[in-house]
Design a protein around this ligand. Sequence first.
Ligand code: SRM
Ligand code: SF4
Length: 582
Amino acid sequence: MSKPAQPSDNERLKEQSDYLHGTIAQDLGEQLTGGFQGDNFQLIRFHGMYEQDDRDIRAERLEQKLEPNKNVMLRCRLPGGIISPEQWLGIDRFAGEHTLYGSIRLTNRQTFQYHGVLKKDIKTMHQWLHKLGLDSIATAGDVNRNVLCTSNPVESALHREAYEWAKKISEALLPQTTAYADIWLDGEKVASTETTGKHAVPERADSGDAVEPVLGKHYLPRKFKTTVVIPPHNDVDLHANDLNFVAIGANGRLAGFNVLVGGGLSMEHGNHKTFPNTAQEFGFVPLDKVLACAAAVVSVQRDWGNRSDRKNAKTRYTLINKGLDNFIAEVEQRMGARFEPVRPYHFTSRGDRIGWVKGEEGLWHLTLFIENGRLLDYPGRPLKTGVRKIAEIHRGDFRLTANQNLIVANVAPKDKAKIEKIARAHGLISDSVTKQREHSMACVSLPTCPLAMAEAERFLPQFIDQVDALMAEHGLADDHIVLRVTGCPNGCGRAMLAEIGLVGKAIGRYNLYTGGNREGTRIPRLFKENITEAEILAILAQWIGAWAQNREEGEGFGDFAVRSGIVKPVINPAVDFWDEQP
Ligand code: SRM
Ligand code: SF4
């Protein structure tokens, strides 16, 4: 008989962490190094931080026998992505005064990151965020991450209800440990932790651990991601997520949610045991079962997920390892209710609607396109200053989108012209941004990401210039392809849900994928491996030409790529994602 697999070292680390305290507080006082020691290097992730260094200058510093320029990246917790102008002003000031890069980076999970915070400033940062009513609990690590919610301010009533659920789900699934408050806030309570745990955890979903009834002492086997999505807008890209609540309305009010489980996008180049997958439909739940359902799904993944092999640990693998029907039956038992049949829903769009729209309540909303989500003052385009100036006069709120953009929401008609003037003056509105650029996305990648294999954020803008030229040459200047670049196969740029996806292989080289669709419900297939930018553009020139000539009315490029046989569609990624092109 084969020996049972040993738990991974991350399991030991969580076990010995004293509910995520570790020795972070002591380590913080050790200023001889800019980094964190031993287990603390991993544990700070559960507090929303990653240790990084600037890879552009790493070799030079090592040559000078200097430690890499260690610092942390912080990711804020912002369920549904809504913040006030006052909060924005505080966030902006910290970036300017205390970070190495000075930027605010909007992520594709409706929050923002600070890059380059030195160890000496970390505690100040958490206290600063706390004063703004913000925290970074559980934005990284083996926990449920920032909960997304469609940023659709137009249908205000439905959005308001859905957003409230995103917040409730986030709080119900948060760690309960006081570690964050103990280490960063000298024990002061965090607003969110005052309410967590007050939601009833169904008995069978309870871990039996007095401190962490939902997550358990060992937390989850791997990261876990949740969305609330309002069809027909799939702006949150639900298939990248473990647990999704698809809002079903009746007469303008929320009636409940279809639940979809087991999406996720990462893989490893050449490792056929890894694959991206779309989420599976479990069924419909009414509103009074939402939190029980969320706790039940999380608890089944907590108890059944693979704790030996982290590459096989996400919910999508558990569904396969244990069987979809078994997983659903166990969730039903733990939530104390059966799923009802899925109610009809469909998706028609993914990207954000850039520009002004008028909402149901007569207020206006301005979606600003922020290339790669990077807010910084560039020569001739002081974007960060522009948003600050808007925040100084704005009386509504800001909404961060899952496409790295920013909505100035709830603007009274009398303030519309003033806000537009500031946005234009600072380069936040530009008539030269093409539809193609608006529908393209890159992950952060170099220089801060330690896992990056190729450029992404710094590569995309000039690459789009060339794709724009190809689109214009073929009369498609007003159209777009959902095009995404990700610096490594972890897939943060969601290239595995793009119509054309580039996945970093080495500096200057990418794997080219195509065949995803516009709505984001199909995984693309590998077309060519390890190719240069020039080779990619040569292929794109042919593809775009053929699409322009032969597409059917309104046909997106990904559907065309499948129909015209450029690639065979991926139908069941667990089985056919790695199939070679015939
Ligand atoms: Fe990600 C790790 C950035 C969305 C899959 N991601 C990382 C790290 C923290 C690198 C690391 O572990 O040291 C990156 C930090 C780079 C930097 O310098 O800022 C990083 N991920 C990002 C962001 C900022 C990309 C962006 O440009 O917006 C996104 C932050 C989201 C947030 O606010 O929480 C981000 N990451 C995603 C997504 C897309 C999504 O969730 O919609 C994915 C694919 C979906 C999924 O999870 O399947 C994603 N990131 C990963 C993975 C692979 C996880 C896995 O299942 O194997 C890693 C590596 C890991 O966890 O081991 C990773
Ligand atoms: Fe880093 Fe890879 Fe994620 Fe890009 S995809 S941010 S390179 S981990």
